[in-house]
Structures are given as structure tokens and as C-alpha cells.
Ligand binder design. Sequence first.
Ligand code: AMP
Ligand code: MN
Ligand code: MN
Ligand code: MN
Length: 293
Amino acid sequence: MLDYDLHCHSTVSDGLLSPADLVARAAGRGVRVLALTDHDDFDGLAEARAAAQQHGLQFIDGVEISVSWRSHTLHIVGLNIDPAYPPLVDGVAGVRRGRTERARLMAESLARSGIGGTLEGAYRFASNPEMIGRTHFARFLVESGRCKDIKSVFRNYLVKGKPGYVNHQWAAPEDVIGWIRGSGGVAVLAHPGRYVSGKKPMGRSTLRELIAEFVELGGQAIEVVSGSHTPAQYAEFGRIACEFNLLASCGSDFHAPLESWRDLGRLPDLPLDCRPVWEAWEHRQDMPQAVNG
Ligand code: AMP
Ligand code: MN
Ligand code: MN
Ligand code: MN
């Protein structure tokens, strides 16, 4: 089992634990190296880093940024980023402004289908009002008795073709990869298995075009072991990582104890032959002369 968890969320985005509580839970469940990757915001990193020091965990600054590629929404994780790098700071601030506007349109759309009060309702669940997202709407719709759980809210309201879904233009992949790499970080294509399943899946050949373009734009890694992947997908994306010469990452994508695909904690090993993403920074510390060779 791996003791790296390089993808999770706190109350700064759509998780339910504070950064410090998240770190404590990770430490208690055997994680040794943790990255906090809140959506489009860095506000939890300082608190998480301080908590990690107390628990003897290695902490990696991270972020998960939403992008639009063709008609798809994708997520790119940045690992070992510099959260003070101005283009990255400005870039995610732009994404958050887009979220504010989208939330208003989502609430209007829900109101047109007879469900009122969702904007105020969703904001009650957003500890960080700048980072409003679908999960906050989902929690409100569960609380108000509209649906039995978060998953059924997504199924019935917040995905393409349903009331409450708003088509949104997120950041461009080339910009996001540029911000992450410019800050010294590694750009990771998040949970690729989710792009080939669900409501409007992309085909396998489109996925390959996406990965080829991601590599061309400077993307360096792909999530192979993700909380939302099946074991068959660990193998599939492990092969793809090798084929495209990408580093392999792993993360639970934990949001909350009862809501998430997988809890924080130790994850299944990467497939043999995968080069782990932490080579990108651990080698940097051990053998700085080897980095750009
Ligand atoms: P947003 O970035 O606001 O569009 O929200 C995306 C977030 O919604 C993801 O990061 C997940 O936390 C959550 N999410 C998406 N699909 C589902 C689902 N089917 N069930 C539960 N949570 C979901
Ligand atoms: Mn999320
Ligand atoms: Mn994601
Ligand atoms: Mn995530």
C-alpha cells in the first residue's frame, strides 16, 4: 500500500473538514505524504502545512483547477506548486469569479423549474463563499428534503440535461498548465476514469487525443490510482502513463467521511513500471544536479 495521498479537499473548497482536521485524519489513517488540493483556491495550505508539521507528515502544496477542453470539463491538479506565484494566484481568482456567476445562473435555472431559495441555501454550506460549487447546492438540496443523498442530487439536478446544470466556460488547459509549471509545480491530469464514464462520457479515442494534447502542452503526470477509479482502471491508466511517458499520481479525492468514494488514507500500489509523480520533487531535493539533465 502507498502512504501518499495527493488529492483531497477541505472546507476551503467543497470538503467538510477544516484543513487541520483533514491532516489529523490523514495522519491517523497512515498517510505519510499529503497534498491538499482544494478546488481553485490556496487558502487552506498554510493551516494544513502547520498541522502536518505537528503530526510529522510531509506536506505538499496542491490545487485542483477546473478547465474546459472541447465540450468537456476536466480537472488538472497542480502538485508542489508555489501558491504565491502571481499568474497562478490571478488565474485561480478568475476561475473563482466564474464560479460566482455560474452559481447565480444555477439558482435561476433551478428556480425556473420550481425550486427556489437555492442560492442563499448553497451559500450557507460554503465556508469560503468565493469557492461556491455544485456540492454546496447538493448539500442544500439534501438538507431541504429534495433528495435523499448527494449522489441523487447530482443524478437528478446538477448534470448535463438536468435543471440546475449550467454550461460554463472554465480556464483553458494551456493557461492552467502554464500557471502550474511556471510556479514550479507538476501538472497532473486528475481522475481520467471519470471522463470516460458518467452522463456524457468521452470515447476512448477522444481520451487519447486529450492525453496527447495534455502532454504537448506540458502536462507531466496522470492520476492512476484515484478514489474514483476501479482496480481495472488503475491498470488501464498505468499502461497509458507508461505509453505517454507520464508520471503516475495517486489520491483519494476525499471530501467528507460519508460522501466520498474513498476515505483518506493508504491507497493501493501503483502498477509496476509506473514512475511515481513524487520523483519530480524528491529527486529535486536529493540530487538537484539531475533535474534538468
Ligand atoms: P463543480 O466544480 O462546482 O462543478 O463541482 C464538482 C464537484 O462536485 C466535484 O469535485 C465533486 O466534489 C462533486 N461531484 C461531481 N459529481 C458528483 C457525483 N456524481 N456525486 C457526488 N459528488 C459529485
Ligand atoms: Mn469536489
Ligand atoms: Mn475533480
Ligand atoms: Mn478533487
